[in-house]
Design a protein around this ligand. Structure first.
Ligand code: ATP
Ligand code: MN
Length: 142
């Protein structure tokens, strides 16, 4: 039922907790995991010169690929077929785009992420993914 899943991560503790659930889905028949990190770009970034923007982008991509690489290795060790994707832009939009492109059967994410504010019931990325996703969303609580 959940053969191919999408695991979006901001590398936060809650997202790491969600990774443990991805691994457990092996028992439920999951074979393929798409690991996605979206580099969030502030709209103001458009105002900075293109060459500086390029350097900034490269640096962010390098850091992200190290983190995402470690996750991919961990998942491959568990026996999954893994695809890694790094996208630039709005996390919600990109998560939904990859959900469609990769035709996944479910999304597994954390209830909260990097902000993890105590009073907030659910993070804005989780909330909007739940609202707009066509496929079931497994929300792992902090
Ligand atoms: P907010 O961002 O609204 O201040 P938050 O950071 O606590 O709140 P969310 O951003 O909604 O919470 O994070 C919830 C989950 O969404 C994370 O655990 C992660 O799985 C996913 N997520 C959040 N940001 C990204 C991102 N940039 N790329 C990929 N996945 C993300
Ligand atoms: Mn967040």
């Amino acid at each position: 039922m959940f053969e191919k899943i999408l695991y979006p991560t901001d590398f936060s503790d809650v997202a790491k907790k969600a990774l443990e659930y991805c691994k457990k889905l092996k028992e439920a028949g999951t074979k393929k995991v798409i690991v996605l990190h979206v580099i969030e770009m502030d709209p103001n970034v458009e105002k900075i010169p293109a060459n500086i923007k390029e350097v900034l982008k490269k640096e962010l991509e390098q850091t992200a690929s190290k983190e995402i690489g470690a996750i991919a290795t961990e998942l491959r060790k568990t026996g999954f077929d893994v695809t890694v994707r790094i996208e630039l832009g709005s996390p919600v939009k990109k998560i939904l785009k990859v959900e469609e492109e990769e035709n996944v059967s479910a999304i597994v994410l954390g209830s909260h992420g990097k902000s993890n504010i105590k009073e907030i019931l659910i993070g804005s990325v989780s909330e909007n993914v739940i609202r707009k996703s066509r496929v079931p969303v497994l929300v792992v609580k902090r």
